[in-house]
Design a protein around this ligand. Sequence first.
Ligand SMILES: [Zn+2]
Length: 246
Amino acid sequence: MPALVYKNKTINYHLTPSKRRGSIVMRVNKDASVHVRAPRFTSINYIEGFLKERFDWIIKRQNSFKKLAGLYPAKEFRTGEMFPLFDQSLKLNIERAKKQRVPICELDGKNLNLFIGDVVDLKFKAAASCAIRDFYGAQIKMRAIDIAGKYSKFLNVKMRKLSIGNQKRIWGSCSRKGDIRLNWRLALMPFDVMEYIVVHELCHLKVHGHCAKFWKAVEGVLPDYRKHRGWLRRNGLSVFFISDWG
Ligand SMILES: [Zn+2]
């Protein structure tokens, strides 16, 4: 693995030569690893120059990822483990049921009951995380339908279809046809922030870009929407960490 030593610090990076022409692409993954994709025959000098220009940003990004990984260790999916749902914290309760072919996750007061069959350990985490993700998705769908019902008339818009996705970088999107797609991770945020994201997408049914007219529409529904945007700026990355279940 190539290493760049600069400003008394070292960045180890994975280098993948790409067949396509074009520019260098670099990203820092959540495990703090650095990946560089560069057109074949790009000189190491050039690549290092590229990285040096972004050196402080890379170090900063690596440090914040390391800090978040310490704050939010990977979930183990064991009874007693806490899972957020909007403004509350739920306690996971695993019920092993032989006949349970498809794992199911249900809300029971402040407990999150997971009914799961006799899956072997290796598959257990995948099956459990999938069931919990589906549970969160259903929660989001239910709340978003409520919110759309509450504000659509006021905004004079109509949502055609609502779906839930596992988007890696965005919270929600709205197509020109009127289909709204929301990230299941919205269930890991405070309720008001989730509501803001739903309203944001509803307003896109009216105005497509992020122009002044668009923000005016958002403000008309949620006068303090700036507060929620601020929350997302500060905490958005940690939501992805909490939900990184592998
Ligand atoms: Zn938008």
